[in-house]
Design a protein around this ligand. Structure first.
Ligand code: HEM
Length: 450
């Protein structure tokens, strides 16, 4: 079987699936003939949680949903959210002050999830639901895992039956109730007329159907803007702990750019190297590692070598960023972690769709700018304050489900740079850690893709 190729036909759960690894073909599906490709049936597992929201819908409903929420994600409103993002990171650092983060370490898989949810609640909802955040986080994860288990499993109980189990029923109830409370509180208090919550509330009527659509939208933003960003941050910490020289280079940049000032819209733009590091994390380890579309009518997908692929109607086309981001055709030495790949000159030499961590075309991630600023800002603040080491003795596994996330807790030791400057040495041996087991051994497509 080909080790590195433009495409492969697979059989997944009884469906013929085209795995497309060719940048020209991917651009065609995402952009040039996007009207012929709708979200695939594999997304249906998210329906009990997300209903008919922007992530799942098509046609007129999707256009309406995209239009009503897009203004919140324009550059200016996002710049205005930066002080709230900074406060969320600062408050995470304050929580750590009572913990022994330098020896015992801290689980950054959990902490980044909490941070991402806190940022969302502060910026898009203007809600301080800290007492609820942990419960909400647990409920979101429970429901997401249920959906994920369905994607690849052969034996599936209907979701309406699974959702009778108390674990799932209670999680769904908690989230529905929280969203209901958010809506009711906002309808009483009009203090933030332009944030996402107010905009969504204004866009929907009072009928049951409209209220249900509104609930689906809120739930989607809570989910789509939460797990993804948190995963990107924890993997950044993981790869940076393997590459202390890159962490130090980021520190040099951050020290010059921040120069004792808090992060702002102006100075974040100057964090060029930090941004390249984050882009490389999402190449090496794309959080949304695969996407899929179903063709509507028969089509011919053009490839870079001038040939075409015949696509029958209702064929699932899988766009696997994990595989494409490691194709030797587009990336020299793809298994090496190297942020220099994202220097502007190098980027110009690659086809645009050799890199798509946020998808592409009209359905590209709506939160892309929000996620980039939040992630670079959080990493920069972390780098500015601490040196980082992965705690030895952990078996870290990447689980390729809907997102590519670490399994369970991931402990890091963080030593304050201020303390190091005052003569406190690193209180432990810095060990050379083995690289993460390559995804190859776990990825369902390993035999053809990477
Ligand atoms: C590192 C963080 C993130 C990554 C890697 C990411 C990735 C993606 C990808 C790949 C898609 C396209 C899925 C497809 O085409 O099937 C998507 C869609 C979407 N994302 Fe993100 N996302 C991130 C953060 C966020 C944030 C912070 C928000 C909002 C606060 C958000 C909101 C959305 C929405 C609403 C969609 C659906 C867009 C549409 O279909 O019109 N995402 N995201």
């Amino acid at each position: 079987m080909e080790k590195e190729g433009a495409y492969a036909w697979l059989s997944l759960g009884g469906n013929d699936v085209l795995m497309l690894n060719d940048a020209r073909g991917i651009e065609y599906v995402f952009k040039r003939n996007a009207d012929n490709y709708r979200k695939s049936k594999f997304y249906n597992v998210l329906k009990p949680m997300l209903g008919q929201s922007i992530l799942m819908s098509e046609g007129t409903i999707w256009r309406r949903q995209r239009k009503e929420s897009s203004p919140v994600f324009a550059p200016k409103p996002i710049e205005e959210m930066i002080p709230d993002m900074v406060d969320a990171v600062e408050s995470m650092f304050r929580r750590w002050e009572t913990k022994d983060i330098s020896k015992e370490g801290i689980d950054l898989n959990f902490e980044t999830m909490f941070l991402a949810l806190d940022v969302l609640l502060r910026t898009l909802f203007h809600e301080d639901k800290k007492e609820k955040a942990r419960e909400m986080q647990a409920a979101i994860i429970t429901l997401l895992r249920e959906a994920e288990e369905r994607v690849w499993s052969w034996f599936k109980l209907p979701q309406r039956i699974t959702f009778l189990l108390p674990k799932y029923r209670n999680s769904l109830h908690l989230l529905n109730q929280t969203i209901h409370d958010l809506m009711v509180a906002r309808e009483r208090n009009q203090s933030y007329p332009e944030d996402l919550l107010s905009r969504l509330i204004k866009s929907y009527g009072s009928s049951d159907e409209e209220r249900k659509l509104l609930r689906d939208q809120i739930m989607t933003f809570l989910l789509a803007g939460h797990e993804t960003t948190a995963n990107g941050l924890v993997w950044s910490c993981y790869y940076l702990s393997l590459h202390p020289e890159i962490w130090r280079k980021m520190q040099q940049e951050v020290d010059v750019v921040f120069a004792g000032q808090p992060p702002s819209a102006h100075n974040i733009k100057e964090l060029v190297y930090c941004r390249q590091v984050f882009e490389e994390v999402l190449r090496f380890h794309p959080v949304v590692w695969t996407m899929s579309r179903d063709s509507i009518v028969h089509d011919k997908i053009p490839l870079e070598d001038g040939t075409h692929l015949d696509i029958p109607p209702n064929t699932t086309v899988m766009l696997c960023s994990y595989a494409v981001h490691r194709r030797e055709k587009y990336w020299e030495n793809p298994d090496a972690f190297d942020p220099e790949r994202f220097s502007p000159d190098t980027v110009r030499k690659r086809p645009v769709f050799a890199y798509f961590p946020f998808g592409g075309g009209a359905r590209q991630c709506l939160g892309i700018r929000f996620a980039q600023i939040e992630s670079v800002l959080s990493l920069a603040m972390l780098v500015q304050r601490y040196n980082i080491h992965l705690k030895p003795g952990q078996a870290i596994k990447a689980i390729p489900n809907i997102t590519l996330r670490p399994e369970g807790a991931v402990f890091f030791r963080l030593l304050s740079r201020q303390k190091i400057q005052h003569g406190v040495s690193e209180p432990f041996e810095v060990v050379q850690l083995p690289e993460l087991t390559p995804l190859k051994s776990q990825c369902p497509f390993n035999q053809v893709a990477v």
